[in-house]
Structures are given as structure tokens and as C-alpha cells.
Design a protein around this ligand. Sequence first.
Ligand SMILES: [Fe+2]
Length: 290
Amino acid sequence: MACMSWLKKCMIIYRFSYQNQCELVRKGFRITVNILFLGDVVAEDGLATVVNTLATIKKQYEIDFTIVNAENSAHGKGITQKIYQELSDAGADVITLGNHAFAKKEIISSFDQCPFMIRPANIEPLDVGNSVIIREIDNLHIAVINLLGNVFMTASTAGPIEVMEELLKEIDADIIIVDLHGEATSEKILFAEYFADRITAIFGTHTHVQTADERIIRGCAFISDVGMCGPYDSVLGRNINELINHVVKHQPTVYMPAKGKCIMCGCVVKIDETTCRATSIERIRFFPNA
Ligand SMILES: [Fe+2]
């Protein structure tokens, strides 16, 4: 019973509607829901790039629903309420996190002021914020879930498969989307193969390197890692020289994010709204300011 009440607490439902969706329905044209997922936003420059570019991408791809992983958006680790608001104002419908979800301690006390942000279901502290959010486009309920991988990930409290099984018992939605934040491609592929019949899209995050393995598995869109939105001349968004000094010369690290030209990585998934199954997944990877 304790588990059930925790699951209910971690789920939250919001309803909303888009002008363009209503218009298309009136004309009888709507056949797909277009989902945009942007990979890990890294550091100040990555955040600025996403904020300045998101509206253009949404227009270009006719996006109905946008998810952004922003666990590295505050100086390379964590997120703040101010950043949450910036991304929401820029057009993110749901913001997901990862192993650095609570790196900025202030977010613990302000999580409730970030209604469309979710944290991994299997990371401590388990009683802060929600891990599942359900939003509605017209009569279509879209659930987004955030999970942490268990392989090479020290922060996870339980394996993502067993946690997902428990969550699925409680989720009532037409479309289910998962951000699986993990290190190992094998773990993410296994998760996708196991849940493909019950989930509509699974986006891997965390490695900051976009993989070229996007595919549709029995109606479920999948990619091992979406990649990052952050400084390109870097080591996963981190300052190259600072990291060399730390790793090679054994100097203390200050964890300095890189600056400069940013890459934007993401995926666009089309979902047939009559079947609620994914029909295509397209990787996007470009340099907005180059
Ligand atoms: Fe991460």
C-alpha cells in the first residue's frame, strides 16, 4: 500500500489544448501527433541556444508536444527554478532530469513551483517532485516518465525495468513516453525490446553523444541516446583543458562547463493518433549559430 500511495503521489495530470491541433481536427486533417525531444541541455550556452531556437524548430517540424532533458542546464549540473521557467516560456511542455536532478540544492524546496518538471522515479530523495506527468492534447492523454538506468549509474535505487513495471500498473494514458537516463546502450536497448508493446517512445539520455540507432520497435520509437544541446568544442559539454588538467595532470577539478558554439541534438517522433503507436523517428543534429 505504501508503494501504491507513493506512485499516486508521483503522478500528476494536466490538461491543455493547442490552437493548431483544434484547427486541424475541425478540418479533419490531423492524423499524427509530432513529438520533439531535445537531449541534455548543458551549461549556460546550451541553455541560451535552446531558448533562442526552440520556437523555430517547433515551427519547422510542426511540433505538438516538446520534451527537454535539462538535468545539466545549471552550470553543467542540475537545474534551478529560474531555468525551468526559461525553458517553459521557450516552449518546453515537459522537462525531464537525470542523475544530477538535485545537484542544485535549491531545486528541492522549489520543485513544487515547477509543475511540468519530472525527476527519475528511481533516485533519492524519492519524496521530492513527480516522476510521471500526464498532459492532454484535446482528448489524447500523453504520459511522460523519467527513469534512471542501473548499469554504471551509482545513483539509481532500483532497476528501470522493475520500476517501470510498477508505474505501468498505475498509468492510464493513450501515449506513454519514457526518458531513460543511462550510460549503457545495452541496458537501454533491452528496456526498449522488453517494453516496446506497451510504450510509444523511449528516448535514451545522459551520454551526451547522439547514437545512430534510431528505429521503430513494434510501434515504439527508440534511440539509445538523443545527444546533447551544449558546447560542441568540449568533452560532453565540459571544458577540455580543465578536464585534461584533472585527468592527466591530477589537478583538482572545478567542473568548468565549456563555452562557445553549441550543437543541438534531438529527435522528432510521429505518432499515429488513431493507434497511438509511433510511425517514424527522425534524428536532428545541427549548429544553430554556425
Ligand atoms: Fe546524466
